[in-house]
Design a protein around this ligand. Sequence first.
Ligand SMILES: [Zn+2]
Length: 183
Amino acid sequence: MCPRHHRNPPSNVFDLRLWPKRPGAPKRSGTPDRPGAPDRSGSGEDDGVARRDSQRAEPTTCPCGQGLPYADCCRRLHTGSADAPTAEALMRSRYAAFVVGDPEYLLRSWHTSTRPPRLRLDPGQRWTGLEIVDTDRGGLFDSTGTVEFRAHYREAGRPGTVAERSRFVREDGRWVYLDAGST
Ligand SMILES: [Zn+2]
């Protein structure tokens, strides 16, 4: 696939502030955001991070697209038992975190200067696939890198795509997401 001439129009491109809904954005009407609200699966503790969707079964094959068992792939990053060796690996693990519903990992893998105070994943958004379009640097011996990707989802029965050129840097030696650079 040629990324520059993809059939989707460039209007699909937007930055991660909109993906998912920006923390602090106006609340959707009819969904009061309060601890203990009936739509949350948490225990009532509120540490600023949405609860993991505990009802969602852990995938057998890792959703990041590498074709490996989840336990041997991004789960090791999600649990903190391994660090992403490259910016692309971190990107894939962050996508996988959206799929499995792990906002804690998304925050942990976000640069402290740009990380939102809290993150709530949209339970109605089902991620269906990731394409890595292009990478620049982000390797074992780099300290910065970019990864251009397309992430596909369905919401309310409709397909959608997030396209972004993400910037990654090392923070304390570990790859973290910085922000969405211009495409
Ligand atoms: Zn993976």
